[in-house]
Every structure is written in structure tokens, then in C-alpha cells.
Design a protein around this ligand. Structure first.
Ligand code: ATP
Ligand code: MG
Length: 414
């Protein structure tokens, strides 16, 4: 039986000139990880594509579906892998066109690369086109905008034949755009924001602020489910959880009610920036969307933003809720985010939050408690869960050393 393989197409990577091989190698590593446990035989670069073959010799739609979710993949085709044998590759072309769904018109597109094969592209067009016309007598050949194109790719001693492809998520391979810390709640927006930045090649390290011990830990579980839902994209290395409940209580006692949320947010962003420094991350990411809720006015964004010096990326700033929900469905986080959970945002909520904060009032509230000590304590109290999704993620050495130092009693020694 003719083998089937997945042929992975990428375009943006192709634009990167000298960096091209770095990008391709990262994509190869990421695909290997995404396909772990799927019986992969090899993932290798072949003439401007990445070829994924399986020990069974039979790539399936399920494999293609996994590959399509990996950032950097523009399209993926289930191709027939044939020998340089006309009968074999023409038969594969008939099968490929037969699987392409409804169509009226088609054409053949051949390409040769690094091959000494005697037939040239025009010869292949004629040969394969002739066989297809016989096999599909009611269908027409059309050179411009046909319904289906049958691709015949001759590379060295092999021929890859495919007609249909599945669109991939696009973007760039994770690990080619540095690292970011994303502020992750269990709501709809921040998982989508995280995915979007990850799709552009950034390794994402989410930080979640939990209301524990004043609330249950249900939002933490939802965040872990979100990280698992995003696993196929391979963009998350570690999830940090910051128990914030006690400190929120202190803030709620120290600052005017209307400025509580802004003050919580200033502390959250400061802690996230400290974690980003430890992680070697170069930016923070939030799921804010302009005007979506009272706290997301320009004044409030400015009042929160001023506590950090790192860039804060807001990939959803101009998105509507419906667009965000659709994306959440597509990436598999929608149903998790629709479960309600108490997190730090539901704790000590003021009846009337400030929507257009004045900076002098914000500064007075900020100085009403020892914010530096609080930020330091929160950073020292972070907890984390490691995931094995992102091959490019490297945990910070400094934090490991420091956490050992912090641990008052080593449980094994105790
Ligand atoms: P989301 O749907 O992401 O929860 P939201 O519409 O509820 O966003 P806000 O509650 O104003 O909006 O939160 C704005 C952003 O602040 C979030 O997108 C997220 O990046 C960050 N954020 C909010 N709550 C938390 C939290 N508990 N832990 C970490 N980050 C948070
Ligand atoms: Mg929220």
C-alpha cells in the first residue's frame, strides 16, 4: 500500500531569510512534541516543507488535526508518498482527487526539486492530467481558479501527491519570539490573549492570582484546565499561581473602596513583572479590551500601567466580545471559561468601582500601605505547576535556587 505522510506547509517562516533554518528547526521540535505518543517515525525538512511520517506508514486525519494546531503551520496535507514510478503516482493522484470532496474543475500542478528524474513538469502535467481525465470523465480541467488542484511534488527519488489540505493556525513556531508572562484569569479573554501571543512565536508563562485562602481554589483548577486545553499549541511552559486573598483584604482595608480594583491590579502587574524578570521574559500580556468593563477605560489602564516598565501587550484591545468568544471556542477554552469560579476579582469587590481614576487619588491609595513589602511577599509566596508542552521553555535557574532557599523545612528531611 502506498504510504501516507503529512506534508506541512508554512509561509511566514519562508520570509525570514537567514533565520529560516532556526525557524524550521524549532517547528520540527514543536511538531515532534505535539505528536508525542502518535507513533511518529520522522519529522524532517524536505524541499520547503516539513514531512511527518509514521511508523505505521499511514498518516491520518487525526494526525493532520494535531499538526494544524501548532503555531507556524499554514496548511497540512495528507499526501501519498510514492516511488518515482508513473503508475504508482498516477494511481495516487486518482485517489487524492477522489478524496477532495465536491468539485467540477481541477488542474495538476507539478514541481521538481533536486531530482534527476527524466520527466519535466510539463510532461508530468500531461501524464497525470490525462489519467485524471479518464478517471473523472465528467469533470473539466481548468487552469485558472479550479475547484481542486492536484499537487505532484517530485523530490529526489520520491513523489508526494495530494489534493486537499487543512488550514493550520498560522503564525510562527513557539520559541522564536522570546518569552512573555501573561496574566491569566479563568475568564474568556486572557486565555485567548495568551494563545494569540503564543501563536506569534512567544513562549507563554501564565500567572494566575487566586483569592485563596479567602476563596476556594476553583479558579486555579480552571486555569490548569485552560493550560491543558492549550496543550496542542505547545506554548505554555509553567503556570504560576499567586494566593492573593489575604493581601486583598489588607488592601481593601487601607484604600478607598472605589480604588480597590485599580490597586489590586497595580499589585498584580508589579508581581507579574517581577516574575517576568526572574523568567527572563520581555513583556507582560493581558486580556484587556477597551471599554469592555468599567476597569478597562483609558484612564484606568494608564493608572495601572504606570507601575511597570516592561511593555504590556494587549492583543485583544480592539476585539469585540463575540470575536473573542469565537476564538475561545476554536482554541478549546470557551467551555472552561464559561464555568464561573471565584477568583481574586470577585473578592472584596467595591459597589462602585472608579471608572476614570485620577492619578493623585491613585497615588495616595498606593502609599496608604507598604506596597513594596506586599509585592515582595507575594513574589516569595508564588507556587507553580510545570507542563511538558513547550519544548522551547527553560525554567529560570535563579527561581529554583531561591525557592530551595525559601523552603523552611525540606519535607524529605523532616
Ligand atoms: P478575562 O476574561 O481575561 O478574565 P475580564 O474581561 O474579566 O478578562 P478584567 O477582570 O478587567 O477583564 O481583567 C482584565 C485582565 O486582567 C484579564 O484579561 C487578565 O489578563 C488580568 N486578570 C484579571 N484577573 C486576573 C487574575 N485573577 N489572575 C491573573 N490575571 C488576571
Ligand atoms: Mg475576568
Amino acid at each position: 500500500m502506498t504510504h501516507r505522510v503529512c506534508l506541512v506547509h508554512y509561509h511566514e517562516i519562508g520570509l525570514k531569510g537567514k533565520n529560516r533554518s532556526t525557524f524550521e528547526n524549532q517547528l520540527v521540535r514543536n511538531l515532534n512534541r505535539a505528536l508525542r505518543g502518535q507513533g511518529v517515525d520522522a519529522v524532517k525538512r524536505v524541499s520547503g516543507h516539513i514531512l511527518v511520517s509514521f511508523a505505521s506508514g499511514q498518516a491520518t486525519e487525526d494526525h493532520a488535526r494535531i499538526i494544524a494546531q501548532v503555531p507556524g503551520v499554514a496548511r497540512v496535507s495528507l499526501a501519498y508518498l510514492c516511488h518515482l514510478d508513473e503508475t504508482e503516482y498516477c494511481a495516487a493522484a486518482v485517489k487524492a482527487l477522489g478524496e477532495a470532496g465536491d468539485f467540477e474543475t481541477f488542474k495538476v500542478h507539478a514541481r521538481r526539486s533536486a531530482t534527476a528524474y527524466g520527466l519535466h513538469t510539463l510532461d508530468i502535467h500531461q501524464l497525470v492530467g490525462g489519467v485524471l481525465c479518464e478517471a473523472f470523465p465528467t469533470k473539466k480541467v481548468q487552469m485558472r481558479n479550479p475547484d481542486v488542484t492536484v499537487f505532484v511534488l517530485v523530490v529526489q527519488g520520491s513523489v508526494y501527491v495530494y489534493a486537499a489540505s487543512r488550514p493550520g493556525v498560522g503564525g510562527l513556531p513557539v520559541g522564536t519570539a522570546g518569552k512573555v508572562v501573561t496574566l491569566l484569569s479563568s475568564g474568556f479573554d486572557s486565555p485567548v490573549a495568551t494563545w494569540m501571543v503564543g501563536r506569534r512565536g512567544a513562549i507563554c508563562v501564565p500567572v494566575h492570582f487566586s483569592g485563596r485562602p479567602m476563596t476556594s481554589d476553583s479558579s486555579e483548577w480552571l486555569c490548569q484546565d485552560i493550560v491543558q486545553a492549550l496543550a496542542p499549541a505547545g506554548l505554555i511552559g509553567r503556570l504560576y499561581v499567586v494566593p492573593f486573598g489575604e493581601r486583598q483584604r489588607e488592601i481593601s482595608l487601607a484604600v478607598p473602596q472605589s480604588l480597590r480594583i485599580i490597586t489590586y491590579r497595580r499589585v498584580m502587574l508589579s508581581v507579574a513583572e517581577r516574575i517576568a524578570e526572574l523568567e527572563g521574559a520581555k513583556a507582560l500580556v493581558t486580556g484587556e479590551s477597551l471599554g469592555q468593563v468599567a476597569s478597562q477605560t483609558l484612564e484606568n489602564i494608564a493608572a495601572v500601567n504606570e507601575v511597570v516598565s516592561m511593555p504590556v501587550l494587549r492583543p485583544l484591545i480592539g476585539s469585540d466580545k463575540m470575536e473573542i468568544m469565537r476564538r475561545a471556542e476554536q482554541i478549546g477554552t470557551h467551555d472552561i471559561s464559561s464555568q464561573s469560579a471565584e477568583d481574586c476579582c470577585t473578592l472584596f469587590m467595591p459597589r462602585r468601582p472608579e471608572t476614570h481614576a485620577r492619578l493623585d487619588a491613585v497615588h495616595a491609595a498606593w502609599d496608604a500601605f507598604d506596597h513594596d513589602a506586599m509585592i515582595q511577599e507575594l513574589v516569595e509566596g508564588v507556587e507553580y505547576v510545570d507542563y511538558d508542552h513547550c519544548p522551547a521553555y527553560k525554567p529560570p535557574r535563579e527561581l529554583r535556587a531561591w525557592h530551595r532557599e525559601l523552603a523552611p523545612v525540606d519535607r524529605e528531611d523532616a
